[in-house]
Design a protein around this ligand. Structure first.
Ligand code: AMP
Length: 284
């Protein structure tokens, strides 16, 4: 059975593993777990002797109050899934444990602010500040040797890699490929908010990304690749584009994208009022 603990009990558990000799893999999540999360757990299990997953719906990273209120919460189901995966510890901290009322500090992102601009940074003001704040606080509690993050949130992965370096956390960040339904739709906790028809419609996001990727691989250039991808989205009933862009995989710049080898195609779109994001690397 999975052991769900708060940060005080976690500290006790953690103290049995000396920092130098331990091999703890950490998977931070907001719960409503799916096979994408479990794939991160499986990777961590393969490479580490202990695996810790956290479930914490982080209010600081939601710029939209409705989005936070509608975010799916299903702890019992999550524990059942994690039990089957043989996870050692599930950290479920309270808001007060992560954000004590007397501690209003935030991580200084100035030196890597460029990574948090554009794409999600522009469309969700304050989002990445909330993400680096929560992950840095979780890392301070968990003290892992490896941190597992999904490429599904590609910009987040880059921002967090920079945060880990800047804050001198001694750990490796592992970027894990996006897991998809057979339709191509990227697995996401938010898919639970879609009807069956909505999920079929949402799979057009992946079609559009693949279309742009194919165009880029044919050497048709950035503008054509984006135009072709956008056309697929526009033709899809019930899918509203928020952005569809190509950015450099390292710098996240949409102005200086470099060679196609360094391109990632990004999309945010709305289906049945649910905001979905996805991306594909042109060369993976
Ligand atoms: P979340 O619960 O949405 O904050 O996601 C927790 C972690 O799971 C993040 O590192 C995500 O990038 C990762 N993740 C979410 N969906 C997927 C997916 N479909 N494939 C791989 N990783 C994912």
């Amino acid at each position: 059975m999975v052991k769900s603990i708060n940060s005080r009990d976690y500290n006790k558990w953690r103290s049995q593993f000396p920092q130098e000799n331990s091999s703890i893999g950490f998977v931070p999540t907001m719960g409503a777990l799916h096979q994408g999360h479990l794939y991160l757990v499986q990777q961590a299990k393969r490479q580490c002797s202990q695996v810790v997953i956290s479930i914490f719906v982080n209010p600081r990273q939601f710029n939209d109050k409705n989005d936070l209120e509608n975010y799916p919460v299903q702890l019992e189901e999550d524990f059942a899934l994690l039990s089957k995966e043989g996870v050692d510890i599930v950290l479920v901290p309270s808001i007060q444990e992560i954000y004590p009322p007397n501690d209003t500090t935030s991580i200084d992102m100035t030196s890597y602010a460029h990574l948090a601009q554009g794409l999600e940074g522009d469309h969700r003001p304050g989002h990445f500040q909330g993400v680096v704040d929560v992950v840095s606080r979780l890392l301070t509690i968990v003290k892992p040797q490896k941190l597992y993050l999904g490429k599904k949130d590609y910009q987040q992965l880059n921002v967090l890699k920079a945060m880990v370096k800047k804050e001198k956390f001694a750990l490796d960040v592992i970027g894990v490929p996006t897991q998809r339904a057979s339709s191509g739709l990227a697995l996401s906790s938010r898919n639970a908010l879609l009807s069956e028809e909505g999920r079929v419609r949402a799979s057009n996001i992946y079609e559009a990304l693949q279309c742009a990727k194919a165009s880029a691989l044919h050497g048709e250039g950035l503008d054509m690749a984006c135009a072709k991808g956008k056309a697929v989205l526009q033709a899809a009933e019930g899918v509203t584009e928020e952005y569809f862009l190509i950015a450099n995989r390292h710098t996240m710049s949409i102005n200086e994208v470099g060679n196609p080898e360094e391109w990632v195609v990004f999309c945010a779109a709305h289906v049945e009022g649910v905001r979905l994001i996805d991306n594909v690397e042109v060369f993976d």
